[in-house]
Design a protein. Structure first.
Length: 445
């Protein structure tokens, strides 16, 4: 883990880089209103994509049931989004420097708004098989759109502004959390007033408006990278492969809990739907509230130590979550709604650290391996890797998590995940010891 001196040095290096960038772009000290305006426009698009993904969560199962679609069909519709995200992210990361972040963000906005409106029009299709097929395609296109938004938006802010990496990443993650709060709430309200199709028209129109705003405000930012490398070259770097595994496991655990925890509350703890909705609804709010703190720690250079401590704490929280049968000598087979709710909240707090800090680690590893500093190509490749891993975790997590819970029960399933988290902490520790022993640089010179 990093010493205090190393953390301070990393933070000072990034401050120096941002100061040099400001001087090179002719910016003056003081109120950076243009940067702030750009930051807000990009964050608005990020929030919009989160809203457009999540607004259909509460009512789509109802509409699917009316058309006699099964739970498997519903799962297929929702997973199509993550498949699109998983497959498109590496491509977007490889191309963002060539097409420019501005062009990619505008294209992503057009794709997202068009897909959203098209999903509303599909409601007029009566054949359930055609409806299902077209909905899956629409969700796939929407997932591809959000992957492009995340990759291009992150790359643009890192390249065109002097904000630190932690500030940018925490801002993006924070508004995405806000989007997941607003989406279902506003979606249900519009659904009750206007019906199924009107929801998609409304959110599609919102995305179109934000896209038009981007056309008017986003700057043309060109990349001066001399050497562009493909995605598989990036994945050959040991540190990047570790970060891909990290993001996959993080998202796997989160998505597995989201699918299985409500059922555990309902059947094992006899909770009512209001209590379940309250606990689940607070999740994005807690995550959004703690993102700035995680960004602050990231800007201070606390990355590897934060990740390892975060994994260990998540492991212990997972054992308490059920609680684990391994702790029966303490809990004597008793289960508590309060304990489960507190653990759920702790997961959201710890997720901010282990979700945000690895982005800086991945950037450092890529640049130490020869990828150019302050390059749209480098930023895009790293952002594409992160989003691809998250998409894969979101695909596997609900399927594997549900299967394991059905086989061995929720408490034992959380115990398995706990030891997976402990294993990740051990893997990071071994990685740091190995690189230190072999004198492999983890940061650019």
């Amino acid at each position: 883990m990093e010493t205090e001196c190393e953390c301070e040095n990393e933070a000072l290096l990034e401050d120096s880089k941002n100061q040099e960038k400001a001087e090179n772009t002719g910016q003056k000290t003081g109120f950076r209103w243009k940067e702030i305006a750009l930051f807000l426009v990009v964050l608005c698009m990020q929030c919009g994509t989160a809203i457009s993904e999540s607004f259909m969560f509460p009512f789509f199962p109802i509409e699917a049931d009316k058309r006699q679609l099964t739970q498997t069909h519903i799962g297929l519709v929702f997973s199509a989004y993550e498949v699109g995200r998983f497959l498109t992210s590496p491509i977007a990361g490889s191309l963002v420097a060539k097409v420019t972040p501005r062009a990619m963000l505008i294209l992503a906005g057009i794709l997202s708004s068009t897909a959203c409106i098209a999903l509303g029009l599909i409601d007029y299709v009566e054949n359930k098989h055609v409806f299902l097929t077209l909905t899956v395609i629409g969700r796939f296109v929407a997932g591809s759109g959000i992957s492009m938004v995340c990759v291009a938006g992150t790359s643009l802010l890192l390249k065109a502004t002097t904000f630190q990496t932690g500030t940018i990443v925490s801002g993006i993650e924070g508004v995405i959390g806000g989007g997941y709060i607003l989406g279902p709430a506003v979606g249900v309200a519009i659904y009750q007033v206007g019906g199924y199709s009107v929801c998609f028209y409304a959110f599609g129109g919102f995305m179109a408006a934000v896209t038009f705003l981007q056309v008017l405000t986003l700057p043309d930012t060109e990349d001066n990278s001399k050497k562009e490398k493909h995605f598989f070259h990036l994945m050959k770097i040991p540190g990047i492969a570790l970060m891909f595994t990290h993001y996959f496991v993080v998202t796997f655990g989160i998505s597995a809990r989201y699918v299985t925890f409500p059922v555990f509350l309902l059947h094992s703890l006899d909770s009512n739907t209001t209590t379940i909705a309250l606990i689940m609804g607070l999740s994005p709010l807690i995550y959004m509230a703690f993102c700035p703190l995680a960004g602050f720690l990231m800007n201070k250079g606390i990355v590897y130590s934060g990740i390892i401590v975060g994994w260990i704490l998540q492991g212990f929280v997972s054992l308490l979550f059920g609680p684990s049968p391994l702790l029966n000598f303490v809990f004597h087979h008793n289960q508590s709604l309060l304990l489960s709710a507190v653990c759920w909240g702790m997961f959201q707090v710890l997720s901010t650290v282990i979700y945000l800090a690895p982005f800086q680690v991945a950037l450092n590893c890529a640049q130490a391996a020869g990828y150019e500093k302050d390059s749209i190509h480098t930023y895009g490749m790293v952002a594409g890797m992160v989003n691809s891993a998250q998409g894969l975790g979101s695909i596997v997590g609900p399927i594997a998590g549900g299967a394991v819970v059905e086989s061995i029960g929720f408490p034992w399933a959380m115990s398995v995940i706990a030891f997976l988290y402990f294993g990740m902490a051990l893997l990071f520790s071994i990685f740091l010891l190995y690189t230190k022993h072999r004198k492999i640089p983890l940061k650019p010179p």
